[in-house]
Design a protein around this ligand. Structure first.
Ligand code: ADP
Ligand code: MG
Length: 209
């Protein structure tokens, strides 16, 4: 299980897999909502994309459970990259794969290590997609959540920061991805990828409790 010392989360291979399974379950529950968010500003496939990818991740974890949290995240990331055709596959896949590689072979990781790993994942997303915070992408939710973890804040605070970041995309003009094709017409819509990052951190809260 994930152990929680007053303000921090600790992950082992089992709780890392539980985290991703909890994320997959949230994506199943919210797939239609995520796709609806992608309708006005994209091509109505974000929920479907992530659902396909996370189903494949769960199947991969069922087939063979990796023995370290790093290997769990790496496997999940590679599975997303290879099963999701949309932008979100390579982006979420890179986030998890880079984070997993950053965790190395440790059998248990503490919050500073997890925060550093997610920072490495975020940097991977930036190198791949060339977006910055404020471009109305998943980074707007991911960056504040990672900052909260780096500051040693509880996972619930990081999750709340992700939610605030996702909400902050609504008044923005998107500068990356399909939503950027709309320019000003995209204003008033929440970024679907940012909302999925909210689910990723909500899932981490669930396994930290
Ligand atoms: P597609 O845009 O190929 O249809 P999805 O709909 O699955 O893929 O995912 C769209 C999400 O991907 C957006 O909501 C946004 O959060 C994210 N995204 C798209 N392009 C970028 C980028 N260059 N950098 C970061 N995130 C991006
Ligand atoms: Mg789409």
């Amino acid at each position: 299980m994930a152990r929680v010392t007053p303000d921090t989360v600790t992950l082992d291979a089992k709780s890392a897999a539980e985290w991703l399974r909890a994320f997959a379950a949230q994506v199943e529950d919210r797939a239609a909502d995520l796709t609806d968010l992608d309708r006005p500003i994209g091509d109505s496939d974000h929920g479907v994309n992530l659902q396909r990818g996370m189903r494949a991740v769960v199947a991969a974890l069922d087939e063979e459970a990796p023995s370290t949290p790093g290997a769990v995240l790496t496997k999940a990331g590679s599975t997303l990259v290879s099963t999701v055709g949309g932008a979100s596959g390579p982006l979420f896949g890179t986030l998890l794969r880079r984070a997993g590689k950053s965790l190395g072979a440790a059998t248990e990781v503490d919050q500073p290590a997890l925060a550093a790993a997610l920072r490495a994942g975020l940097e991977g997303v930036v190198s791949l997609g060339a977006a910055q915070v404020g471009d109305a992408t998943l980074l707007d939710a991911l960056a504040p959540a990672v900052e909260a973890l780096e500051a040693g804040r509880p996972v619930s605070v990081a999750a709340a920061a992700a939610a605030e970041g996702a909400a902050s995309t609504e008044p923005l003009v998107a500068r990356k991805g399909r939503a950027s094709y709309l320019g000003e017409r995209g204003v008033g819509h929440r970024d679907p990828g940012a909302e999925s990052i909210v689910l990723l951190f909500a899932a981490l809260v669930r396994v930290s409790a």
